[in-house]
Design a protein around this ligand. Structure first.
Ligand code: GLC
Length: 504
């Protein structure tokens, strides 16, 4: 085997310790998959006092009362705890009660930038304390965005970190700092180069962490190839498309995987009946069970569509309520699992009252266990996202033979192949434009094909046989890490931004 890499994964949430979305899934599975390839990996994340139970996870205190010198004025005291994600893969938690233990949610305080600035310094300090001579520091999303910047400035001469290269992975660029980037007044926008403000300076909350990471990281990645390209456009680049274009040769796309052990219809304890490609007929029993459970007419010939996403602007599910009447006129049933925007939910509740035999809405809270049962029981999984950096649920759905109906955007573009009636090839139904007509046409196309039994069965088998485990993306990340290690050999780009970062 070639050189064993020493990798630190730094991230604001890791399933099962803390989770608000797909980021936590990636943060759980990717380090494990890289570890399985033989590399030396550790992870660092915050200890959310009201969320993570130290006893349950058997965490051990390893460093107490460590003073972090954030800058000349601000000193913060933290502790570090150690736990395990799997044998030989440690996860370290930074404990800082004043900033990370007051809330029951991971994010949303009025001083988010300050919190994550502390965390970023704390993570780098820990790597030094551990004397973990990292080759790669892998930072995920904006919360860790100051790390690549610090490694080029404040921590530049740190002994243990001097060799480390940084990779910044963009999971969702709409999030760039503790508030919405478009709400920062023009005169307060962060151009990415000036010194970081002290705690007492309100301008700290305007610092754009994601931008700083993009300007400073040795390599940048997006969670799908299509999203990588989209990020360089005005439409998807969230005002950072230009600096991403400037760093095009350092920007890569790698599609996420899913944990094939956890998501396996053959042994998933949440299903009514387990099944696999050879025992595909058993999938029907799950459909019957789901129809019964949610008081829908039990009939295998009525196509059952499900959604399992957060009901937010991003996911585009507002289109469903826009054409609710038309959809309810079709011979189909629809189950939507998920919480989200209050206005959307109100509308969904209204539709379910009007069409109780066709439409069901289930809140996610307390019903998370239904997710895979729905993939097993439903025929289709609908996700008409406005934008979708990767999307994980369509991958899970395919693994359970639940055919995706998705919009051709981001990771959905990369992972679902549109059905072609001339060759009978494809793993789902894909539509281009974000509007109700395009989505409606895709649904109608899907429902029609459902009735051609052979075509339909083969499509399910193709979807189930798609290879979306973490093994392939993990190998791609390792290749990217190796590229990052060689990056200083590449001729640095002579852009203004790079120059000023270099000269800091
Ligand atoms: C974000 C993106 C989602 C992606 C996930 C994990 O939640 O919105 O598309 O799958 O991160 O990378």
């Amino acid at each position: 085997m070639s050189k064993v890499l020493k990798i630190v994964s730094i991230v604001s949430e890791i399933d099962p310790f803390s989770k608000s979305g797909g980021l936590a899934d990636v943060a759980r599975s990717l380090p494990k998959a890289i570890k399985r390839l033989g590399h030396d990996v550790i992870a660092i994340t915050p200890l959310y006092g009201k969320i993570i139970d130290k006893k349950k996870y058997d965490l051990k205190l390893i460093y107490e009362n460590v003073d972090l010198y954030i800058n000349s004025e601000d000193v913060v005291r933290v502790n570090y705890w150690q736990g395990y994600m799997m044998e030989g893969l440690s996860v370290y938690f930074m404990e800082c009660p004043k900033y990370f233990s007051k809330r029951k949610t991971l994010y949303g305080s009025s001083c988010e930038n300050k919190r994550w600035m502390i965390f970023d310094v704390a993570a780098l300090k820990l790597i030094s304390l551990l004397k973990f001579n990292a080759d790669i520091v892998h930072c995920h999303d904006w919360q860790t965005g100051l790390i690549p910047f610090y490694l080029k400035t404040k921590f530049r001469y740190s002994k243990t970190l001097s060799k480390a290269k940084t990779i910044f992975t963009i999971h969702n660029l709409i999030f760039q700092l503790g508030k919405n980037w478009w709400e920062v007044p023009l005169k307060n926008k962060d151009y990415g180069h000036k010194r970081l403000p002290h705690f007492s300076n309100p301008d700290l909350e305007n610092i754009n962490f994601a931008k700083r990471a993009i300007l400073s990281a040795d390599v940048i990645s997006a969670v799908s190839e299509k999203y990588r390209d989209e990020l360089m456009t005005r439409q998807f680049g969230q005002d950072l498309h230009q600096i991403l274009r400037n760093r095009k040769d350092r920007l890569f796309g790698i599609v996420n995987g899913i944990d094939y052990k956890s998501f396996n219809p053959n042994n998933d304890p949440g299903l009514f009946r387990n099944y696999n490609c050879k025992k595909i007929h058993r999938k029907k029993l799950n459909k019957e069970y789901v129809q019964k459970k949610f008081c829908l007419p039990v009939n295998p010939d009525i196509p059952l569509v499900c959604t399992t996403s957060r009901i937010t602007f991003q996911k585009g599910l507002a289109l469903v309520s826009e054409i609710a009447e038309e959809l309810m006129n079709l011979d189909m049933q629809l189950i939507m699992l998920g919480d989200g925007d209050k206005n959307y939910i109100k509308e969904l509740k209204r539709i379910s009252r009007k069409y109780p035999k066709k439409f069901i809405w289930i809140p996610f809270t307390g019903n998370a266990q239904y997710e895979t049962l729905l993939y097993a029981g439903a025929d289709f999984f609908l996700l008409p996202s406005h934008y979708e950096p990767c999307g994980i649920n369509q991958l899970k759905a395919m693994r359970y033979g639940c055919i995706p109906i998705v919009r051709r955007v981001g990771g959905l573009h990369d992972t679902v192949i549109d059905f072609d009636p001339t060759t009978c090839d494809g793993t789902g139904f894909v539509f281009e434009k974000f509007n109700k007509f395009s989505m409606y046409r895709a649904i109608v196309r899907a429902l029609e094909n459902f009735h051609y039994k052979d075509v339909w069965k083969n499509m399910i088998l193709r979807a189930m046989q798609e290879s979306n485990s973490w093994e392939i993306p993990a190998k791609k990340y390792v290749t990217l890490y190796k590229k990052a290690l060689r990056v200083s050999d590449l001729r640095p780009r002579q852009t203004k931004e790079n120059e000023s970062v270099k000269n800091k």
